[in-house]
Design a protein around this ligand. Sequence first.
Ligand code: 5GP
Length: 120
Amino acid sequence: ATLPYDDDNVFARILRGEIPSNRVYEDEWAVAFHDIAPQAPVHVLVIPRGRYVSWDDFSERASVEEIAGFVRAVGKVARDAGHVGPGYRLLANTGKRAGQEVGHLHVHIFGGAPLGPMLA
Ligand code: 5GP
């Protein structure tokens, strides 16, 4: 079961511009910005504009249009924005047990250099 969405989560506040972020891309569906504690030479987070707690929540409730818009945005960021590509890794921690800390869906994009083997 997914927890209810909390409008005071840090990424909601970044979306509203209440907390500054280093944005590399934004469109109708998504906003992308640099992670504050990068775990790769380039580490960007992509979030949907809609209020979704997690990948579980988004994949169940979002419209086909929102899903397509978000997936396209992730691809654009990975290819064209923020010095991510070519070659990158996507990650979406889902739920506390997987290490999700912020309750607004975010896809991590790691890149900026050849990446080593994936760590658990
Ligand atoms: P999670 O563990 O939920 O998958 O990832 C949360 C990510 O958000 C972490 O990599 C963390 O460094 C990043 N983060 C947390 N607070 C902020 C913030 O205020 N600004 C930015 N840009 N990133 C943040």
